[in-house]
Design a protein around this ligand. Structure first.
Ligand code: NAD
Length: 304
C-alpha cells in the first residue's frame, strides 16, 4: 500500500506536535511554516520541509492547516488551491470565524477540491499526546476520508454537520465555558465576602445544582481541585488570550446570526478587558480580577 502524503501548513504550538504524530503513524508529511525554528523542528521530527506552502501541497492527497486566524487561512487557501491535485482533501484545524470557515470550504470546492473544518480542543498537551477532540464540519464522505488521519491526532472525532458546523461546536462550547467561569468566579467572590470558605463552597456546590466543569475539574481557587491551574499560579492550562479569541469569534457569530446572546457578548467584553493585562495567565484567573474589583480578600480554607 502506498503511503498517504499529507501536507501540513502551520507548525506552531499545535501544528508542530500534530504533524510529528502523523510522521510517527507512518504518513509522509510535507510541511511548511515561514518561521525557521518551526521548520527545523519539523525536519527533526521527520517531515519533509518546503520553501513555500504551494510547493508543499503539490503532491499531497490531504492538506491540513493549523493557522492563527481566518484571514491567514483564506490567504493560504488562495495561494495553494491552484497548486493542489484535483480532489485534494483540505482540512482546516485552526479556530476561526464560522463565516470564514464556510468561505474557505466554498473556495476549496469551487477550485475542484474537498474541504472540512475540524477545529480542536485539548490544547498543546492534547496535540502532543494525540488525544485532541476534533469537531468536524463538511460532507459525510469527506469526513469518512479524513477520519483515519484525524484519529492519529485525536482521541475523539465528531462529525458535527455541514461546512462551518465544526467551528460552531467549538465556539458554542467555549462561550459556555467563558460564561460559566465568570459566573462561578462571581459566586466565589460573593461567598468570600459573606464568610463562606472555599472548601465549604466546594463541598456544597459540587453536588448541588450549581455544579459545573469549571468548578469540579478546573476550580479557579487553589485547594479543592489540586490539578487546576489555580494551584500553579494560574499558568495555563488554557490561556486568557485564547479564551479572548474564542469569545470574540462567538460574539461575531451571535451578531451575524441575530442571536440574543447577552451573556456571550458580556463574557467576550470581560475577557477582552482582562486579556489586556493578563493574556498569558490561565483564563480561570478571572476570579482574581473580580476579587480585586470587588475589594475582597482571597478566601481561606475552613481548616477542618
Ligand atoms: P501558533 O501561533 O503557535 O502557530 C501558528 C503557526 O502558523 C506559526 O508557527 C506561524 O508561523 C504559522 N503561520 C503563519 N502564517 C502562515 C502561513 N501563511 N503559512 C504557513 N504557516 C503560517 O498558534 P497555535 O497555538 O499552534 O494555534 C493554532 C490554531 O489552533 C489557532 O487557530 C488557535 O486558535 C487554535 N488552537 C490553539 C490551542 C492552543 O492551546 N494553543 C488550542 C485549540 C485551538
Amino acid at each position: 500500500m502506498s503511503v498517504t502524503k499529507v501536507a501540513f501548513l502551520g507548525l506552531g504550538h499545535m501544528g508542530g506536535p500534530m504533524a510529528a504524530n502523523l510522521v510517527r503513524a507512518g504518513y509522509q508529511v510535507l510541511a511548511y511554516d515561514p518561521v525557521p525554528a518551526a521548520q527545523e523542528q519539523a525536519r527533526a521530527d521527520g517531515a519533509e520541509v518546503f520553501d513555500t506552502a504551494a510547493a508543499a501541497v503539490t503532491e499531497a492527497e490531504i492538506v491540513i492547516t493549523m493557522l492563527p486566524n481566518g484571514r491567514i487561512v483564506l490567504d493560504v487557501y488562495d495561494a495553494v488551491l491552484p497548486s493542489a491535485k484535483p480532489g485534494t482533501l483540505f482540512i482546516d484545524c485552526s479556530t476561526i470565524d464560522v463565516a470564514d470557515a464556510k468561505r474557505a470550504a466554498e473556495v476549496a470546492v469551487a477550485a475542484g477540491h474537498r474541504a472540512l473544518d475540524a477545529p480542536v480542543s485539548g490544547g498543546v498537551g492534547g496535540a502532543t499526546a494525540g488525544t485532541l477532540t476534533f469537531m468536524v464540519g463538511g460532507e459525510a464522505e469527506d469526513f469518512a476520508a479524513a477520519q483515519p488521519v484525524l484519529d492519529v491526532m485525536g482521541g475523539k472525532v465528531v462529525h458535527c454537520g455541514g461546512a462551518g458546523v465544526g467551528q460552531a461546536a467549538k465556539i458554542c462550547n467555549n462561550m459556555m465555558l467563558g460564561i460559566s467561569m465568570i459566573g462561578l468566579s462571581e459566586a466565589i467572590v460573593l461567598g468570600e465576602k459573606l464568610g463562606l470558605t472555599h472548601d465549604k463552597f466546594y463541598d456544597v456546590v459540587s453536588t448541588a445544582s450549581g455544579q459545573c466543569w469549571s468548578l469540579t475539574t478546573y476550580c479557579p481557587v487553589p485547594g479543592p481541585v489540586p490539578t487546576s491551574p489555580a494551584n500553579n499560579e494560574y499558568r495555563p492550562g488554557f490561556a486568557t488570550a485564547l479564551m479572548n479569541k474564542d469569545l470574540g469569534l462567538a460574539a461575531n457569530a451571535l451578531r451575524d446570526n441575530g442571536v440574543e446572546g447577552r451573556f456571550g457578548l458580556l463574557a467576550a467584553e470581560i475577557y477582552e478587558q482582562f486579556n489586556r493585562s493578563a493574556g498569558d495567565l490561565d483564563f480561570s484567573a478571572i476570579v482574581t480580577d473580580i476579587r480585586r474589583r470587588s475589594g475582597a480578600e482571597p478566601g481561606q480554607d475552613s481548616g477542618e
